[in-house]
Each structure stands twice: as structure tokens, then as C-alpha cells.
Design a protein around this ligand. Structure first.
Ligand SMILES: Cc1cc2nc3c(=O)[nH]c(=O)nc-3n(C[C@H](O)[C@H](O)[C@H](O)COP(=O)(O)OP(=O)(O)OC[C@H]3O[C@@H](n4cnc5c(N)ncnc54)[C@H](O)[C@@H]3O)c2cc1C
Length: 385
């Protein structure tokens, strides 16, 4: 016999967006159940874990010592011909967080507010007035889709690119130093990265359109000195920006499932987390007033915060995808100490399109790139006019 339970809201997906949304609904006295199909919150971790401390604070999370070890102090950017320059990132206060711990910390906040979290429980489908899980039927007023990129894959595959990320031990991983490697032949439209967890331990990743990420990451690691791999993760990332409608009737879509990750780097702890927060507040308002315009208002709030920035990032992505290795080499070689200093001092990790403009030399010097992507550059600069 199927058991039927009731809640105001069911959230499918117990990660950063879903848990923050549930925390907010429960804080406002709504009853909410979070379904997570994996057997443990925060696992398997599929994230580089880079996030600004100011972003975490806005999400309402004060990270504990368990959550992060250290701040990122510098980022070395490599061009395809292996020349590099280093940005000082101390001002930005970016942490490398342990997502297994961060997600559990948010789950605890949600639970303390009154949310119920169920692991090893998957959302299967919407039914009349509720949802069906692998265990039961739950009657609810609102369904929140926080299932991440897997939800987008069912609708549109064109914005998805594959990624691989290995956690490794290696003496060449330096605490506080991120590396980013551009090479359009090896990582088309994306890059390879190294993110330290601590001295001698970190995450190495690759992503790119149409590549075999398993062999690409092995090649990347094969060129480095000795290492030992302790974890492998293969996960899709979304780089096409927000979906058209966050709210459809009584279904509210949040986080990666709504395309709320940065189109440049696919980073989404902050922007997807805020999607969860804004949606949680709008749903709470709806539960009090029964006014459906509250649900739609969530999209307006998120777009006011990220709409323009994400549009600029989409243009920056289009530019990157059209540059060949030769042009990237020239662009990065032309970085002057004053541009590097300006980016280091003024970069905003969460809204970084203005740094990309500076990086690409779009305000002046680089004729090659300007000729190649004139239209896009004009569009990108026109946002600032
Ligand atoms: C390799 C990689 C590196 C990244 N690095 C960074 C980084 O350094 N910084 C950054 O800010 N962002 C990074 N991101 C992005 C970041 O991980 C996501 O933006 C963020 O986790 C989005 O959170 P979410 O809650 O929207 O979705 P997700 O974290 O994807 O969570 C979705 C959840 O839904 C669950 N689920 C799916 N289907 C069902 C179902 N049917 N029923 C129940 N549960 C279901 C999943 O198990 C999962 O727990 C990275 C992503 C990848 C892939």
C-alpha cells in the first residue's frame, strides 16, 4: 500500500540550492521535505569548492574550520605555449571549501529550522497535487526542482559540457595557489585547473566541448611529476546561463537546474545558492498570501542581481570559444604589470566580467582579438556605457 504524507513544499535535490531553499521555507514556518537520491548529503562531491567568503556570508553560512583550511592567495594563468602570469587574489578572500562539510552544515541549519531531509530517496515524478518518490507519495502545494544539471540535461543538452576532476596527492600542489591552463585544442571552450586543498593535496580538473575528459585529464597529469589519485569524479557542467522560466505553475526551479551557474567558469555555489535563498523567501511569501505572483517574483529578484553579469559572461564565453591558441598566446603575453595589478586589486570573484574585459585587452591594445570578435566586444562594452 502506498503511504501518503503531506508537506507545504517538496524539494528534490539536497545540495546547496535545495537545502538553502528548504532552510528559508522552514524558517518561515512552512513545512518542507527535502529528497536527496544519494546516500549522504554532500557526497559524492562534484565541485572545486572555490567560493568567496562574502558570498558564503550572504548565503547565511559562516564556514567552520572543518569546512575550509585556507584562502587562495594567487592564481597562475597559463597560455597554450605554457607562458604564464600570476594574479594576486588575496583581496578577494576566496576559500576552497569542503563541499561534503558545507552541504552538511546547511542541512543542519535547515533541520534546526524544522525541515525534514531524506537521503537515498529520489523524486520520480509529479502526480496530481504532489510528487511520487521511490518510497511514497507526498502531497504538496509547491514542488522545487533542485536536481542540478541532471534536470537540465532532460531539457537542453547544448549548454552541457563534460568535466573530470581528480583529487590527488602531489608534492607540486602548493597551498594557496590555483592554476588555470588554457588550450583550445585540448580543452575547447574551457580550461584545465588545479585547486589546492592543502599543501601536497588538491583537485585537478579538465572540461571542454566534445572531449574525452578521462584521457584528457590523464594526459594533463602525465605531463606533471609524480602524484597519487584518491578520488575521481566525472560530472557535466552547464555554461549557457539561466533558463527562460524559473517558475511554471506550482513548480519552482532553482540552482544548477535553473542554469544559475556562471557561464564562464560554471561556478555556482554562490549564484545557485542565492537562487535557493530567493526562491525560499518567495515561496514563504506565497504560503502566507496564496498570491502566485510571489512565486514569479523570485525570478525578477535573481535576474536583477545576476542577469546583466551573466549576459556579459555569455558574450565572454562566445569570444573565448572563437579564439585559437595563437591568439590566446598573444593576448596573455600582452598582459602588462599594470593590468595584472589592476585585476589583482579590483577583481570581484562573483561578478568577474569586468576583469575578463581587462584580461582580453578589450579596451585597447590587442588588434587580433578585436578583429576576430568585434561584434561581441562592442556588445560587452556597451553594458558598461
Ligand atoms: C567539476 C566541477 C567543479 C566545480 N567547481 C566549482 C567551484 O570551484 N566553485 C563553485 O562555486 N562552483 C563549482 N561548481 C559548480 C557547483 O558544484 C554547483 O553550481 C552547485 O553544486 C550547484 O548546486 P545545486 O544545489 O544547484 O545542484 P547540485 O549540487 O548539482 O545538486 C543537485 C542534487 O540533486 C540530487 N538529485 C538529482 N536527481 C535527483 C532526484 N531525482 N531525486 C532526488 N535528488 C536528486 C543530486 O544527487 C544532488 O545532490 C563545480 C561543478 C563541477 C561539476
Amino acid at each position: 500500500m502506498t503511504i501518503t504524507v503531506h508537506a507545504d513544499v517538496v524539494v528534490a535535490g539536497g545540495s546547496v540550492a535545495g537545502l538553502i531553499c528548504a532552510r528559508e521555507i522552514a524558517r518561515n514556518e512552512g513545512s518542507v521535505i527535502v529528497l536527496e537520491e544519494d546516500y549522504e548529503i554532500g557526497t559524492p562531491e562534484h565541485c572545486g569548492g572555490l567560493v568567496s567568503l562574502s558570498g558564503l556570508e550572504e548565503l547565511g553560512v559562516i564556514p567552520s574550520r572543518k569546512t575550509y583550511e585556507h584562502l587562495i592567495e594567487r592564481a597562475e594563468i597559463f597560455s597554450p605555449n605554457n607562458t604564464s602570469f600570476t594574479l594576486n587574489s588575496k583581496n578577494q578572500k576566496i576559500a576552497e571549501v569542503n563541499r561534503r562539510e558545507l552541504d552538511k552544515q546547511i542541512a543542519h541549519q535547515a533541520q534546526k529550522n524544522g525541515a525534514i531531509i531524506k537521503v537515498k530517496t529520489s523524486f520520480q515524478k509529479l502526480i496530481d497535487g504532489g510528487v511520487r518518490t521511490n518510497e511514497e507519495e507526498i502531497k504538496c502545494k509547491i514542488f522545487v526542482d533542485a536536481r542540478g544539471v541532471s534536470s537540465l540535461g532532460q531539457k537542453d543538452r547544448s549548454g552541457i559540457i563534460p568535466s573530470a576532476q581528480y583529487e590527488i596527492y602531489a608534492d607540486w600542489i602548493k597551498k594557496g595557489k590555483v592554476e588555470v591552463h588554457f588550450d583550445q585544442d585540448k580543452y575547447p571552450g574551457f580550461f584545465a585547473w588545479i585547486i589546492p586543498i592543502e599543501e601536497g593535496k588538491g583537485k585537478v580538473g579538465v572540461a571542454g566541448r566534445g572531449i574525452n575528459v578521462a584521457s584528457t585529464i590523464e594526459n594533463f597529469l602525465g605531463k606533471r611529476e609524480k602524484h597519487s589519485t584518491i578520488r575521481k569524479i566525472f560530472a557535466p557542467i552547464w555554461i549557457k546561463g539561466p533558463i527562460k522560466k524559473f517558475t511554471d505553475g506550482r513548480t519552482v526551479t532553482i540552482g544548477d537546474a535553473a542554469g544559475q551557474t556562471k557561464p564562464t567558469t560554471a561556478g555556482g555555489i554562490f549564484s545557485s545558492g542565492l537562487g535557493g535563498l530567493y526562491a525560499g523567501q518567495s515561496i514563504s511569501e506565497f504560503l502566507k498570501t496564496h498570491d502566485t505572483s510571489c512565486l514569479e517574483n523570485y525570478q525578477n529578484v535573481w535576474m536583477r542581481r545576476f542577469g546583466k553579469e551573466f549576459e556579459k559572461q555569455i558574450i565572454a564565453r562566445k569570444i573565448l570559444e572563437r579564439l585559437d591558441n595563437n591568439t590566446i598566446n598573444k593576448l596573455l603575453e600582452s598582459m602588462t604589470p599594470s593590468i595584472i595589478k589592476e585585476i589583482s586589486e579590483n577583481e570581484d570573484f562573483d561578478f568577474h566580467s569586468s576583469s575578463i574585459v581587462k584580461l582580453l585587452g578589450l579596451r585597447g591594445s590587442i588588434k587580433t582579438a578585436q578583429t576576430l570578435v568585434k561584434g561581441e566586444i562592442r556588445k560587452m562594452l556597451s553594458f558598461d556605457a
